[in-house]
Structure formats: structure tokens, C-alpha cells
Design a protein around this ligand. Structure first.
Ligand SMILES: Cc1cc2nc3c(=O)[nH]c(=O)nc-3n(C[C@H](O)[C@H](O)[C@H](O)COP(=O)(O)O)c2cc1C
Length: 204
């Protein structure tokens, strides 16, 4: 099984990139996790897209498509997600077939602040809903006061955070093929895809 972890921070000493590495280590045995950063992506530009998908975007799209599940680990910038991550998601949202459609996705965030990036997670969930991803709901991995939660080698030193990261990685791996069902409710009822028809036009 192959997972892709995308970090929303470009910073060398990023707490979120450290968290992505910790998550990769805590994934179940036999799972291979590639970690990618979003360096070098052009800004979304409709005119640029009209000339063909830029190579770094096509590469990222191929990585997402090839992954059995995607982990996004992101900082919170001004109560939302960083522009670099939004830019990448905007690009991927315009490709056919859509790389995130029906893709199991887990999200995590880390911040030196006490709230751990929870507001960024809310925004990210909303965006992933638009991308038709199957975003896991539990457990929520929100690492607050994160500057104190990594050791000198960059490993996660907080046992509670470590347990939750491990649980979420288990859930991401276990989500394969079952993502039309809720990952939260007992009973796991199958749901039909929803189509909303508004103003005479179909909205997918
Ligand atoms: C532009 C900017 C906006 C920020 N806004 C928030 C915020 O809204 N909430 C928060 O908890 N931290 C905020 N921070 C602090 C980041 O959480 C902190 O810089 C963190 O270390 C970034 O993640 P990284 O270590 O993975 O790069 C902001 C930082 C920057 C640079």
C-alpha cells in the first residue's frame, strides 16, 4: 500500500513537515509513504493552464492519483490554510480525471499556538469536500503548542499526539474501498452519491 503525504509548509524546519515524517513512521507495517512539499509550483493562472498542465502540477497530480490514500499536514495561516496549499489544490481541482475524487484523505495540523491549526482544518475539510475527496473525520489530529512536541531529531515526543497520529494512519489505511460509508457512525450505512440540481442546471 502506498500513501502520499503533502505538507503545506515550505519551511525547512517546519513543524508540519516533521509531523508528516512522524506520521509516515507511525503508519502500519508494509505501508510506504512518500512525503512531498509544494516547492516550485506556479501560481494558478487560467491562461497558463490553457497552454497545458505545467510539469510540476502534472507530477503532483500523478502522485495523488497513484496513492491509495493522501495525508495533508498543514500549518494555519491567518485562520486558514497557507496559500501554497490552496494554490496546489486549485490546480488539481481543474484536472481530468480529478485526482482527489473519491480519494481517502486524512488531515493533520501543527502550530506553536494552543489551537493547533484547527481553523485551518475546518477550511481544508470544506475545500476537500469541493474536490469530492473522502476526508476522514476521526480521530482529529491537532497538535497545539507544537514547538515543544518534537525532539532534537525531529521525532514526535508527545505520546498522546503519537497515539492519535497512529490511529489516524490506521484509519487512512483501513479506509480503502469503504469511503462511501461514514468513518464515524456505527453501522456504516452505504450512501448514494448526491446530485444537487439548482436553477435548471446540474451541479456536481
Ligand atoms: C502568515 C502567517 C500566518 C499565521 N497565522 C497563524 C494562525 O492563524 N494560527 C496559528 O496557529 N498560527 C499562525 N501562524 C504561525 C504558524 O503556526 C507557525 O509559523 C508555524 O510554525 C508554521 O508551520 P510550520 O512550522 O510547519 O512552518 C502564522 C504564521 C504565518 C507565517
Amino acid at each position: 500500500m502506498k500513501l502520499l503525504a503533502i505538507t503545506g509548509s515550505l519551511r525547512k524546519e517546519s513543524l508540519n513537515t516533521k509531523l508528516a515524517h512522524a506520521a509516515a513512521k507511525l503508519a502500519p507495517a508494509g505501508v510506504e509513504t512518500d512525503i512531498v512539499t509544494l516547492h516550485g509550483l506556479p501560481m494558478y493562472d487560467e491562461d497558463l493552464r490553457a497552454g497545458g498542465t505545467p510539469a510540476p502540477i502534472a507530477r503532483l497530480a500523478a502522485q495523488v492519483r497513484a496513492a491509495d490514500g493522501v495525508l495533508i499536514v498543514t500549518p494555519e495561516y491567518n485562520f486558514s490554510i497557507p496559500g501554497a496549499l490552496k494554490n496546489a489544490l486549485d490546480w488539481l481541482s481543474r484536472l481530468t480525471p480529478p485526482p482527489f475524487a473519491a480519494k481517502p484523505v486524512a488531515i493533520m495540523s501543527a502550530s506553536p499556538g494552543m489551537l493547533g491549526g484547527v481553523r485551518a482544518q475546518d477550511h481544508l475539510r470544506q475545500i476537500l469536500f469541493g474536490l469530492d475527496a473522502r476526508t476522514l473525520t476521526r480521530p482529529q489530529v491537532i497538535v497545539g503548542s507544537a514547538a515543544n512536541k518534537f525532539d532534537a531529531e525531529g521525532g514526535l515526543s508527545d505520546s498522546t499526539a503519537g497515539r492519535l497520529v497512529e490511529e489516524l494512519m490506521d484509519a487512512l489505511v483501513g479506509a480503502q474501498g469503504d469511503m462511501h460509508a461514514s468513518s464515524f457512525e456505527e453501522g456504516r450505512t452505504r450512501r448514494q452519491p448526491v446530485r444537487v440540481v439548482a436553477g435548471g442546471g446540474g451541479v456536481r
